[in-house]
Structures are given as structure tokens and as C-alpha cells.
Design a binder for this molecule. Structure first.
Ligand SMILES: [Zn+2]
Length: 351
């Protein structure tokens, strides 16, 4: 009896093991099948949606920096004359956000909305400040925002100049529009490797061609008063995904410099609405909060997991420090760019 029961026990154990192996093999097969299916699905999606921007990559909320591309392109070309983009499919800037769309038929592509992009996007404007040039060093004669006089939005800033003054390209990129364009007059639009587009309007003369590879500081045209303009000035816009935001978020007109190397572009920066009553200020964001955040430690430094926390109303240094079990001094040293009270809505480093 004893022998029989132990034989039975061994037999049933073996069977269970066999079933287990079979189950495992089935699960593995199923997994690879599913994976293939999703891959195919994704491929199909991207194929028939070349019109939309590669949404799959957007989750990273970070614009890949493609500046390295430009050097390659430039070296391939002869040093004389303008450098043209020879292989647009491969070398167009910021394909992650714009795909291969590069038409000079529109300033803003109407089918693109901001709905699908994250609330905050990290944009590395430049790796080095030498990759930036202030387009026109002069005072703003009309800011971005609602224009009461015309009862319409003003999507850029007007910068004073004299007709014929050279207007310079702000960042490295490729010229998308270089022609006369309605109210803009003679217009240049440059798409940059950092994800932005800059717009230069009312030029007396355009000095570049569509598809031309340009570097920060290149003269893209000369100041004027063409199009809908009441006198010589540069109408300058900064756009992301065709949507304008106040150039003063990145340009400091006091020092004629770039405010930050890394921009945390918040969705609230977009849009101009008509004020409901005269007391409302059309645009009242405090641009001084655009500051460069502490850089992540270099790869050879001991790796510490960085963690960010979005400051809520009522938060104090003490409260946040307690919450993340660090001292107030430690917290402050992790966020050297913030002086005084914690800025509501901004991400601060907590680990
Ligand atoms: Zn203007």
C-alpha cells in the first residue's frame, strides 16, 4: 500500500511538471505572437499617419537634440555659396515633432493641435550659448499679446530697426519659408534642430532660400517695412509645433541674451485671449521664472536618482523638505536657481 501511494505521488508530480512546461511554452509563444501583432499595428499606424507627428516618441516629453546633424551636412557641401539641404528626408530638423512636413505654403499648419503634447516639454535650446544669436539687438516697440488698438492678437514682438539693418538667425536650422507672404511681407521662417521655429517678418530683402542650412548668426535678411506694417521694424515670432509663444520667454531684451539653455516649455505659455475687461492684463506671466535648472550629474559621476516635485500653492521649503525627508539646506542646494519663496507650478528637485 505504502509503495503504491508513493508511486502515485511521483506520477502525479511528474504530470504536473509536464503540464507546467507545456503551459510555459504556450505562454512564451503567445507573448512573441502578441509582440509581433503590436509591432505590426504600430507600423500600420505610423504608415498611414505620416501626416501626424511621431506620437509614440512624444511620451518622453523631451526634444532630442539634433544639432550634430548640421555639422555633418555642412561638411558634405562645398564651402562656397549657400549650403542647401540635399537629403531632406534624412536631414530635416526636428522630425520627431514635425515629421517630414516642410512646406512654405503656411506659417501655421492648421491640422496640428497641441492636444497631444505633454503639459510641459523640456527643450534644450542650445548645448552651448555660442549656438545662439540675438536676431536684432534693439528695443521692443510692441510686445506679444492682445492688441487693443487693432482688437486682435499680436503673435510676436516688434523690434525697432532701420531699413537695411541685417537680421540674424537665432539658432541653427533649415529655412522653411523665404518669400513674400501676405501681411508678413517678405518673410523668413526657420525650423531649428531644437524643436522651435522662428519667424522674421516685414524684411526689405530676403537673404536665404528655402531648404538652406543656416547657422545662428547668419544674416537671413534685411530689415524693412513690407507687408502689413506702419514703419520699419522686425516682427519676430517663436513657435513650437506651429503655435506661437512670447519670445520674451527665451529672449532677454535687457541684456540681449538667451535667458536659458534648457527651456521647460509649459502649455500655459501658448494662446492669446482677448481680455474680458480693460482691467485684465492680456499677458501677465512672470518671465523671470524661466531659469536654467541644475544640470543632471555627468555620466561619470556617481549616479543619484533625481526626482522632481511640482510646487503646489501653500508649499514652503520646510514643508517640501519634510515630505521628502531631506533638510531644508539640502533642498535649497539641490535648487540653486530658486531664491526666496517656492515658485508655484514649477518642478523642483527633491532627490
Ligand atoms: Zn508685429
Amino acid at each position: 500500500m505504502k509503495n503504491l501511494s508513493s508511486t502515485l505521488l511521483v506520477a502525479s508530480l511528474l504530470m504536473a511538471l509536464a503540464i507546467g512546461i507545456a503551459d510555459n511554452a504556450y505562454a512564451q509563444k503567445k507573448n512573441t505572437k502578441n509582440k509581433k501583432k503590436t509591432e505590426q499595428k504600430y507600423k500600420a499606424k505610423t504608415n498611414d499617419k505620416t501626416d501626424s507627428i511621431a506620437t509614440a516618441k512624444k511620451d518622453s516629453a523631451e526634444v532630442a537634440f539634433e544639432n550634430d546633424v548640421i555639422d555633418k551636412v555642412v561638411r558634405e557641401e562645398t564651402p562656397k555659396g549657400p549650403v542647401m539641404l540635399t537629403d531632406p528626408k534624412r536631414n530635416l530638423p526636428s522630425k520627431m515633432w514635425y515629421g517630414v512636413h516642410f512646406s512654405d505654403a503656411y506659417v501655421k499648419k492648421l491640422s496640428v493641435t497641441l492636444d497631444s503634447i505633454p503639459d510641459e516639454i523640456k527643450i534644450t535650446l542650445v548645448k552651448d550659448y555660442s549656438e545662439f544669436c540675438f536676431p536684432m539687438k534693439n528695443v521692443i516697440t510692441s510686445p506679444y499679446g492682445w492688441r487693443e488698438r487693432w482688437d486682435r492678437p499680436h503673435r510676436g514682438v516688434d523690434i525697432a530697426l532701420n531699413t537695411g539693418d541685417p537680421v540674424k538667425c537665432a539658432f541653427n536650422g533649415v529655412v522653411r519659408i523665404a518669400k513674400s507672404f501676405g501681411g508678413y511681407g517678405n518673410l523668413v521662417v526657420v525650423r531649428h534642430y531644437n524643436g522651435l521655429e522662428t519667424v522674421y517678418g516685414h524684411l526689405s530683402r530676403v537673404n536665404v532660400k528655402q531648404m538652406q542650412v543656416v547657422k545662428a548668426g547668419d544674416v537671413i535678411g534685411f530689415g524693412g517695412s513690407t507687408g502689413h506694417s506702419t514703419g520699419p521694424h522686425l516682427h519676430f515670432e517663436v513657435r513650437f509645433q506651429y503655435e506661437p509663444f512670447d519670445p520674451e520667454w527665451i529672449l532677454d531684451f535687457k541684456n540681449y541674451s538667451l535667458r536659458t539653455r534648457v527651456l521647460y516649455l509649459n502649455k500655459t505659455y501658448f494662446g492669446i485671449s482677448k481680455p474680458r475687461n480693460k482691467k485684465d492684463i492680456a499677458y501677465k506671466a512672470d518671465k523671470s521664472i524661466v531659469k536654467e535648472r541644475p544640470l543632471k550629474p555627468a555620466s561619470n559621476a556617481p549616479k543619484k536618482k533625481t526626482k522632481y516635485y511640482t510646487v503646489k500653492r501653500g508649499d514652503t521649503w520646510e514643508k517640501v523638505a519634510k515630505k521628502y525627508k531631506v533638510s531644508e539646506t539640502q533642498l535649497k542646494s539641490m535648487n540653486p536657481s530658486i531664491t526666496g519663496k517656492l515658485p508655484v507650478g514649477e518642478d523642483i528637485r527633491v532627490h
